[in-house]
Ligand binder design. Structure first.
Ligand code: C2E
Ligand code: MG
Ligand code: MG
Ligand code: MG
Length: 281
């Protein structure tokens, strides 16, 4: 009966694959519809100065509450959008919505202490010929000063095509926009390239911050030291505990983005935090 079992295993495997393919197709169709119907929205996660508890930055993060599928996390729908090409219109929507919101906060006088609003760029977007024109159009349409926009590119994406990306990064910098390397430490940066990239900031990946008592801590320390010696700002992602915040702050990383201070929140809740001026009491 070993033979039979083998056959059944295959059938289970096959129907599992078919179910996954079906789910994926359904999700893709739903996402296309949601994008057109304006069902996506943004949350914003504060980046907090540890010493003053003031919000110094905000990262825009896409959210999708699908009527049919429930809340779908970006770790699922962003890769799907990327593979289907939908990331280009989706990314444009994110950029425009984030800049519009930032301009509204600025007009209300709420961004005095805030250095930037960060928007994530995916791999496919960095290869989009129309990206710079789109960014310029959005800045002009929303009236947001370019200095208030920060674009995040993951280390992995950046290193995929170093030469094309250096050219893009220079264009972004020349437009007055800030650049941050996301998930730093998870990719394979040739450190010598870092000097050549016109970047402003490194974001330490949350896996290292959360393992600060283990080997991740050593990597976090190394990234902080590297940022310092290159004159870059550094943000620690994903700090959930006081011990994690203290660890990176002691090591010289003044800014933390993590659940310990705040989760990604709807714009209305961010408005209240900005009005209050500080995170916590
Ligand atoms: P990311 O750009 O590295 O964003 C930070 C992620 O870490 C967010 O997950 C945030 O909720 C999460 N995070 C922050 N602090 C903590 C913490 O203390 N603990 C834990 N467990 N998580 C924390 P989110 O919003 O689920 O997004 C996941 C990823 O999806 C993002 O990682 C980014 O790569 C991608 N993404 C989200 N929105 C967009 C978008 O508009 N465009 C693009 N291209 N990618 C996006
Ligand atoms: Mg990011
Ligand atoms: Mg990150
Ligand atoms: Mg990440």
């Amino acid at each position: 009966h070993a033979k039979n079992r083998g056959k059944n295993d295959f059938q289970v495997f096959h129907s599992d694959m078919a179910a996954r393919a079906h789910k994926r197709m359904r999700m893709e169709a739903e996402l296309r519809r949601a994008l057109q119907a304006g069902e996506l929205h943004l949350h914003y996660q504060p980046q907090v100065d540890v010493a003053t508890r003031r919000i110094v930055g905000l990262e825009a993060l896409a959210r999708w509450d699908c009527p049919g599928l429930g809340a779908v996390p970006p770790s699922e729908f962003i890769p799907l959008a990327e593979e289907s090409g939908m990331i280009v219109p989706l990314g444009r929507w994110v950029l425009e919505a984030a800049c519009r919101q930032a301009a509204a906060w600025r007009a209300a006088g709420l961004l005095a202490g805030v250095d930037h609003i960060a928007v994530n760029l995916s791999a496919r977007q960095t290869k989009d010929e129309g990206l710079m024109d789109e960014i310029r159009r959005v800045l002009a349409a929303t009236g947001l000063p370019p200095q208030l926009l920060e674009l995040e590119i993951t280390e992995g994406v950046l290193m995929e095509n170093v030469h094309a990306n250096i050219a893009l990064l220079h264009q972004i910098q020349q437009a007055g926009i800030h650049l941050s390397i996301d998930d730093f430490g998870t990719g394979y940066s040739s450190l010598s390239y870092l000097k050549r990239f016109p970047i402003d900031q490194l974001k330490i990946d949350r896996s290292f911050v959360q393992d600060c008592e283990g080997q991740g801590g050593a990597i976090a320390l190394a990234v902080i030291a590297l940022a310092r010696s290159l004159g870059l700002r550094v943000v620690a992602e994903g700090a959930e505990t006081a011990a994690q915040v203290e660890f990176v702050a002691r090591a010289g990383c003044a800014v933390v983005q993590g659940f310990y201070f705040a989760r990604p929140l709807p714009a209305g809740e961010i408005t209240l935090l900005l009005q209050r001026g500080r995170i916590g009491d």
